[in-house]
Design a protein around this ligand. Structure first.
Ligand SMILES: Nc1nc2c(ncn2[C@@H]2O[C@H](COP(=O)(O)OP(=O)(O)OP(=O)(O)O)[C@@H](O)[C@H]2O)c(=O)[nH]1
Length: 486
């Protein structure tokens, strides 16, 4: 028997390889065009492996069923782009073909598009025809459901579920944002935020109601441009304190201070400011946020209370309490500077008859006029007080450091006061009421002080006694007090 030559063997092998390759591409084409004839190529002894959900199939019919389902999932033609094919003879009748390919689905947006797939087909010669006995797809998807070769349906479902979840969460977020916006934007308090360079990054609409600035006029600007110099210094101080010592976390971790703020129309409002630094994950300050509350009305009431507590309601002059406070300060200043100061104590002469003849209202008008005249006789730094019915005190600060010169100046002021108060008074209870003319003088005692050589009480007593001396000496005169007892 003559053996076939090497050339003849290689020729047969080439033909066989060519045919298998042809069958392989025919399979690919039929698959791509969803050609039902594909299943006629499957052997009765078929097994398959679907890599997307990792199941080995022992049955030809089962594989056909899955393939048909798969055809339904992708109704249009697909393109199988084969990038690499290799053949391996397992024996004379069995050839394995391994290929890598890209499956291009009709819709480019589908998740399978552009993913590499590994396909292994095993052909066996059965009754003179090459049949596919094994088919194995390795698809890089782990989320496919049973029965899915291409995980399209489950991924679409997952996608839809995720989209619904995102929509739901977005709606919830928008609702909660709207709620918080409502809280901050309808609130009377101004909510604000600035970055680490003190550039305003957010301000709530309450600022427009408080200061008249629209958010667009404030956001993006350095905060110090929007504050008075004094307020800017207060803000810097609070921020420096925060930098030096962080407050413990919680609602009390805000620094609190009060400052006057500039409005768009140039007026000033009082704000109570709560400020807190914003920290990043490393604990570094990346900005600040806070709340500014309008406390202008509270400040006005506080000032009113102060005014009532320290002032005489009839004349609006300082009362005894404020006089004693100022006297204490003046004595302290005098101690430091060695300059003299003086208390001028005065009591109106024969004031009572005015009340008796023309009524208390007229007496009140005279007292108010006396207060105004006294203020006109002294400097702004001096204190004019009403300490009793018709008793007034003027506190002079910073007289010369020499006693004789200080005496001369104090007596000169007292004389000026005496002359001024002695001028006639024209009193009218109402603008259209007839005026009455009245003459009134004052008896005046003057006591000098230097430092804290004596108590304020003793000083006041000396001035009072000197005033009585003036009364006894005939009224409408100035009497210098005896020097303080050592
Ligand atoms: N109209 C008015 N009178 C007051 C007020 N407080 C006290 N007086 C009156 O002031 C008067 C003070 O009287 P005195 O200082 O004792 O008497 P005076 O007539 O001034 O006599 P001399 O001080 O001795 O010169 C009293 O009649 C008080 O009723 C006040 O608020 N308004």
């Amino acid at each position: 028997m003559q053996l076939p030559s090497q050339t003849a063997i290689s020729h047969v092998q080439q033909e066989r390889e060519c045919m298998i390759r042809g069958l392989f591409h025919e399979y690919i084409d039929m698959y791509a065009s969803r050609d039902d004839r594909l299943t006629t190529r499957f052997s009765q002894n078929f097994t398959g492996f679907t890599g997307s959900w990792g199941r080995l199939i022992h049955d030809r019919d089962e594989w056909i069923r899955i393939t048909r389902q798969d055809f339904e999932q992708v109704p249009g033609p697909i393109r199988m782009e084969v990038t690499d094919v290799s053949l391996q003879d397992l024996c004379n009748e069995v050839v394995s073909v391994a290929a890598t390919l890209r499956i291009h689905l009709p819709n480019d947006a589908d998740l399978m598009a552009n993913h590499m797939t590994r396909l292994v087909l095993v052909f066996r010669l059965e009754a003179g025809a090459w049949m596919i006995t094994h088919c194995s797809y390795s698809v890089p998807f782990h989320s496919a459901s049973d029965d899915e070769i291409y995980p399209i349906r489950s991924l679409q479902q997952q996608n839809r579920a995720l989209q619904a979840l995102v929509a739901e969460r977005t709606r919830e977020l928008q609702e909660s944002q709207a709620f918080y916006r409502l809280l901050t934007e309808d609130a009377e308090d101004v909510h604000w935020q600035m970055d680490r360079d003190f550039i305003v990054t957010y301000i709530s609409p309450a600022d427009e109601r408080l200061r008249g600035f629209q958010a667009a006029e404030v956001v993006g600007r350095p905060v110090f441009e929007l504050l008075t110099e004094e307020a800017g210094a207060l803000v810097k101080h609070a921020i420096n304190l925060s930098a030096q010592k962080a407050l413990p976390a919680g609602p009390t971790s805000f620094r609190k201070f009060e400052m006057q703020q500039l409005c768009k129309d140039g007026s000033l409002v009082w704000g109570e400011v709560l400020v807190k630094p914003d920290l990043n994950a490393k604990g570094e300050v990346v900005g600040y946020h806070g709340i500014t509350r309008n406390v202008t009305e509270r400040k006005r009431l506080e000032e009113q209370v102060r005014q009532l507590a320290f002032h005489d309601t009839l004349t609006n002059l300082a009362n005894r309490r404020l006089l004693l406070e100022h006297l204490d300060q003046a004595m302290g200043e005098s101690k430091r500077s060695h300059h003299y100061g003086a208390v001028i104590y005065l009591d109106l002469d024969n004031f009572k008859p005015l009340n008796d003849i023309h009524g208390h209202g007229m007496g009140d008008l005279l007292l108010i006029e006396v207060g105004a005249r006294l203020k006109g006789c002294v400097r702004g730094a001096d204190t004019v007080a009403r300490i009793g019915g018709d008793e007034f005190v003027v506190l002079l600060r910073t007289l010369p450091p020499q006693l004789d010169e200080a005496c001369v100046q104090a007596i000169a002021v007292a004389e000026k006061i005496r002359g001024c108060l002695a001028e006639r008074y024209v009193l009218r209870s109402a603008p259209d009421a007839s005026a009455i003319e009245h003459a009134c003088t004052a008896s005046i005692g003057v006591a000098l002080f230097c430092g804290r050589d004596e108590t304020a009480d003793s000083l006041m007593q000396r001035a009072d006694q000197a005033m009585y001396q003036a009364k006894e000496n005939g009224r409408n005169r100035v009497q210098l007090a005896l020097t303080a007892k050592k």
